[in-house]
Design a protein. Structure first.
Ligand SMILES: [Zn+2]
Length: 87
């Protein structure tokens, strides 16, 4: 039996949830991207939770799911520079 999906308030910590809610994502480090899966992987600097950002929403994922995602053939690690949205 699969575990029920976590409620939003049970995912990550208030810091990373606030990041998704506000869109500022200051506490969220982009680990990498899969364009094939239309998913970006983030980790919260505060609580260490892993997050997948899908096209329409973000959800917390387990460390093992994050590791699997990083091993996906389409995964492109973030080179280190934060995405900059220049004006
Ligand atoms: Zn967090």
């Amino acid at each position: 039996m699969n575990a029920a999906p976590k409620e939003w308030k049970e995912q990550g910590c208030p810091t990373c949830r606030a990041g998704w809610e506000s869109g500022s994502r200051v506490a969220l480090r982009n680990i990498g991207t899969s364009y094939e899966l239309h998913t970006r992987l983030f980790q919260c600097a505060q609580c260490g939770a892993y997050w997948e950002e899908l096209e329409r929403y973000a959800q917390e994922v387990s460390a093992s799911d994050a590791a699997l995602f990083e091993q996906h053939k389409s995964f492109v690690p973030n080179a280190g520079s934060q995405e900059t949205h220049s004006k």
